[in-house]
Design a protein. Sequence first.
Length: 534
Amino acid sequence: MQYQYPRPLSRTALHPRGRVQSSLVIADLDNVDHTEGNVCFKPVDHHSSGKPWDRCKTAFVEPNVTLVSPSKGNVKVGDTIHYRIDSNLAPKQDCVSGGNFWFAVLHSPRNPEASCAGFVVDHCNGSYDLFMVAAWAGNATLNLTLVHTGEAVNHLRNVVWPAKDRVSFIGYYRPAANNATENYKTWPHGVCNFRRPGNWSGACEYPYPKAMGEWRLVCDNPTGVSCETLSTMKGHGARIEGSVSTLTKDVKYLFARPNSYTRVESTAVHLTVEGTSEMVSNKLPPCRPDQPIPQFQGYWKDGVWHSLLCEMKTDWREKKRLRQCLQNRQLVLLGDSTTRQWFLNLQGMIGIQAVKPPGDVYCCNMVRVYKELNASMRFQIHPYVLASYAVDIKNTMFEVDVLDGLDDPACNYIVVLSPWAHFAQWIRDSYITRTLLIREAVLRLRKRCPGVPIVVKGPHPRNHRTSSSIIYGSDYIIRQIGLINQETLGGIGVWFLPVWDINLAYPLNNTVHMPDKVVYEELQMFLAFVCEAH
């Protein structure tokens, strides 16, 4: 009898009721509600009426951090370190609300160079418990950053995320062949947005229910231009900036210092960890689909990430082993430019001359065929890339179409799914719809090829060069997108690879495209699953 996979559970990011921001497994917390993605506020119904958080505007108070346990002189390797954060935003009682979004990293700059991420339990009263693990012997300093106050989180979740037209594109229509130039900037163009069904007469409408459900792209239709000639798209920077300005009118202070991305100072943050080396983990479980993600996922030490997700006893990045793992297999990488980093690094790690078929486009789709291994590797980006450069629509492909096209009877595929970096501006409902349809495509692939390993790679924090980027590239929303992926694609035999902690804890600043050293360690975890278990 064929196993019927259950529908995804509705939790956390799908239905906001959780309280934990995180990453670690600690025995002391077995009875704590680990649901992540919740806020402590009720939804805002009327953003346009006045200034909903003005009472706290000028009343910011530096959070107070104290060490609860162990006492400062008694921290040993392997201990759980417990801090208390009191973050009363104002002396007024109605401002002590909780819901803050934090980054917490324990680090040592040298002797050893080491770091790890922690997690926060929110009590929704202005108090938080922060838990770290003493993973190495020597000095350790807590770097605690208040990313957003609870008011800002509530505004992001209930005002910004549901707002339509945050994501806007410029769509370019290619003229008839005898009139066309390759300079797309001279082509007829119009504004494009995502819409639900409606009366879009006079506009060009591009529904694709297989991948988008009821949502569709709707573009201005320049006079005399056929809708079928839409050819190229890029992000509409001016529209996006205008949307940010409108959505943060009267509350810009919530997304500026000291309310946003503020390092918290305290005398309690400096510790000395006693011991001779580093923590020794108990025997880890084998890497298997649908396994729980541990709260404490690992730590950096001397440039190496020590993962505690599951057992990773073999380094499959070594060329001979990697070639053995990929022999007679087809690796399919579906995602954005962070997934392209995987493709490029794997290409170098394999170290064999590959055949490059015609039609390779660096931004969007690349294929390498390794005849010596009877293997291939493919990278494919999704449509509607939100970029400052123009992307030809023909070079993009929905994940559902790629998955449905995997019809080799040998079923020798390895699939990676990683949609996140271009979706922080999508309405939450539209993104959930999109992800549910990917789930259905995964189930169709599972029916054809039950044993194919499928990996879902998570998101990570990014850099913000402008104040607007804090909104349209929100780390909070990106974090929630990762939770949506985890929840919606759960229970169908995929393996989740969380990379938030490995990136957050890396000793250099976070960027969208992290250094190859981070990518290299991400690939070690990925290969441990697909090579050990398959």
